[in-house]
Design a protein around this ligand. Structure first.
Ligand code: HEM
Ligand SMILES: [Cu+2]
Length: 531
């Protein structure tokens, strides 16, 4: 892409994959993650096709197992955990802080290499060994120890991706502590940065736990050590504890930056300063802390003690409070605002709506009694897609439409963007809402076949996947075509007040000719009124 005028020792694509410029690295993440997303979405569509009717329609049970495993692994580890932090965090953290780059640019490039390298290893597990992994993305022992599919390779790939995540976390923490522009006090930082800050701590503290767990799985599979296999005196519940000690906080790695982006977008398109800035900032940190104490809610039916279940249930309800604080503050910020329904704002409103449905259904799962009824059913599948896709991924699309003109210097077709949003919003709900009902009626998850009584709802859901994918295609086509043909955007098309909008689009190498001095809060629109 010629519009990135960085001086480079290398020609063409090499000037990208060896660049230590945070903006280029952000774009590298964006492109690779969207490719992974497209792969995962294709697998999702295939599953929905299989589920259009009972019995085997387009695949057999064993292929279905591999497809939902890879869909889950790709969507979780290659798309939604890097999430908004890797592409938008890399691109905008230094810009919003008033810095020239992140603290460790070379480490940053290495993180991206670990990310693509790990992704390639995960994908190669499709083709080597005795078939692709078939354990589900949760790789539960003892099955994951005993299956002959390529689990070790996929798990190693995820381990490498974990390294990438830790390094990014360290980089962001150091950058935020050390590189804020003069006058950028903690409570003048944009809320997106607060969310990256909370996320980075979770990345640094929680990710090593999954790293070690994955190594134990590999050791057990290759050397037969017996950490988790009861036949050897191991404990499968130990695996579940270790897995969820990471994987629940990981939910916040995916959702916090999306919440941060939404907190940027709302004030800009409601032309009001955000309501409850400090409450939103501190609730990010509160979520990160309390998020460590709830992992057992994935294990209510596994035979853990009554006391443990009670405690985990209680903490699960508590962690909902800071999320609720955010939702109320966002709504209060909209109240009496002069709201402009442009694409980023529409995605933001969809985010709030879908995330709220996901969050409230999470409370149904957090309650001990109802949990037993819906455990391992489609209710869970509906719930986590509302959180991860309706929440985090719609937040991702919100951020993409908000920052696109800044990243590429051009504007997409606004009408097509709104149409794509509308189609996706409809498709999403037609696809996933029936799953709540299916699950409540007892349809188990991870099955390629089902009783005839579930067919109608499954059929509706599959039609929803076609609507959704139509919207996705329109969105991507619009964004890709506009890279070359979109109208020139200018430095600040949304009249936003944060620092990244005060430099040209796309920002020049090193971002700022002169490091700015910050004299007011991030959402102070007053200075635009008199112009
Ligand atoms: C095109 C969009 C998508 C479609 C059609 C789709 C569809 C599905 C289906 C049918 C299942 C399997 C249900 C079962 O048999 O248990 C599934 C599982 C899953 N999906 Fe999606 N999905 C999509 C997007 C996403 C996104 C964006 C994410 C995350 C960001 C995601 C994360 C997952 C996870 C983690 C699983 C569980 C895999 C497992 O059970 O191990 N999906 N999805
Ligand atoms: Cu959880």
């Amino acid at each position: 892409m010629s519009f990135y005028g960085e001086e480079s020792r290398y020609p063409g694509i090499l000037s990208w994959i060896f660049s230590t410029d945070h903006k280029r690295i952000g774009l590298l993440y964006l492109i690779t993650m969207l490719l992974f997303f497209a792969t995962g979405a294709t697998l999702g569509i295939l599953m929905r096709l299989e589920l259009i009717a009972p019995g085997s329609t387009i695949m057999e049970a064993t292929s279905y197992n591999a497809v939902f495993t890879l869909h889950g692994v790709i969507m979780i580890f290659l798309f939604i955990i890097p999430g908004l932090a890797a592409p938008f965090g890399n691109f905008f953290l230094p810009l919003q802080l008033g810095a020239r780059d992140v603290a460790f640019p070379k480490l940053n490039l290495l993180s991206w290499w670990f990310f693509v390298g790990g992704g390639a290893i995960v994908l190669s597990s499709l083709f080597v060994g005795e078939g692709p992994p078939d354990t589900g993305w949760t790789i539960y022992a003892p099955y994951s120890i005993r299956t002959t599919s390529a689990v070790s390779l996929a798990v190693f790939g995820v381990f490498v991706i974990g390294l990438s995540s830790i390094l990014t976390g360290i980089n962001f923490l150091t950058t935020i502590h050390r590189m804020r522009a003069p006058g950028m006090t903690w409570f003048r930082m944009p809320l997106f940065i607060w969310s990256l800050y909370a996320t980075a701590w979770v990345q640094v503290i929680a990710t090593p736990v999954i790293g070690i767990t994955l190594l134990l799985v590999i050791l057990e599979r290759t050397l037969g050590i017996g950490f988790f296999d009861p036949a050897k005196g191991g404990d499968p519940l130990l695996f579940q504890h270790l897995f969820w000690i990471y994987s629940h906080p990981a939910v916040y790695i995916m959702i916090l930056p999306a919440m941060g982006a939404v907190s940027e977008i709302i004030p800009v398109f409601a032309r009001k300063s955000i309501f409850g800035y400090k409450a939103i900032a501190i609730s990010s940190v509160a979520i990160a802390v309390v998020g460590y104490l709830v992992w057992g809610h994935h294990m209510f039916t596994s035979g853990i003690s009554y006391e443990a279940r009670l405690a985990f249930s209680l903490f699960t309800f508590l962690v909902a409070i800071p999320s609720g604080v955010k939702v109320f503050n966002w709504v209060a910020s909209l109240y009496k605002g002069s709201i402009e329904l442009s694409a980023p704002m529409l995605y933001t409103l969809a985010f709030i709506f879908l995330f709220s449905i996901g969050g409230l259904s999470g409370l149904v799962q957090g309650a001990l009694v109802t949990n037993v009824h819906i455990h391992d059913t489609y209710f869970i599948v509906a719930h986590f897609h509302y959180i991860m896709f309706g929440g985090a991924a719609f937040g991702f699309f919100a951020a993409l439409h908000y920052w696109y003109p800044k990243m590429f210097g051009r504007m997409y077709d606004r009408k097509a963007a709104k149409a794509a949003w509308f189609i996706k919003f409809i498709g999403f709900n037609v696809l996933y809402f029936p799953m709540f009902v299916l699950g409540w009626q007892g349809m188990p998850r991870r099955y390629f076949d089902y009783l005839p009584q579930y067919q109608d709802l499954h059929m509706i859901s599959t039609v929803g996947s076609w609507i959704l994918v139509t919207g996705l295609i329109i969105m991507f086509a619009n964004l890709i075509i506009s890279l070359r043909h979109g109208a020139v955007a200018g430095a600040n098309p949304w009249k936003a007040a944060t620092l990244e909008w005060q430099v040209p689009s796309p920002p020049p190498p090193e971002n700022f000719a002169e490091i700015p001095t910050v004299t007011s809060g991030p959402y102070d629109f007053g200075r635009f009124r008199d112009k």
